[in-house]
Write a protein that binds this ligand. Sequence first.
Ligand SMILES: [Zn+2]
Length: 164
Amino acid sequence: MSFLDNISKTIGQGIDRAKFEADKFQKVNQIRSELSELRKKIDGQRLELSDKATELYRAGQIQSLTLGELIQNIDALRAQITLKEEELKASQVVAPPTPPTNTSPSSQSVPVSVEPPTQPFPQPTPPPQEAAAPASATKACPHCQSQMPETSLFCPGCGARVSQ
Ligand SMILES: [Zn+2]
């Protein structure tokens, strides 16, 4: 009986623990999102401030070298953005690379395939004695003068045994 009590107690503690963790997680997330909201608001105000300052500076109502420098930096970066945007547009418009145009008519008929010509039938494995012999090592049949590999035991022409 106390054993079962212990189990239910443990489960109860586990649920409490999970709930506590979930609540904590939710609260932390809540605070984090509030913080990022506040930071976003500050960023927005800073942007507005810099826009107003720029406006006033350009209107000659603020005399500040530092402000002028910052505004020039921003102008330079904006110019870079404009260039990059043009570059992006240009690279999106460009057609896929085309092969160089052929000027000679003969090269146009050459197929672009690099694959070797396919063989209609799989090559049968040559008999071992033919495979072992180099192409130049041949001998003539003493009976019918047929040429055969040096290692052949029988003449392919007359069937006579030609081995030594
Ligand atoms: Zn022969």
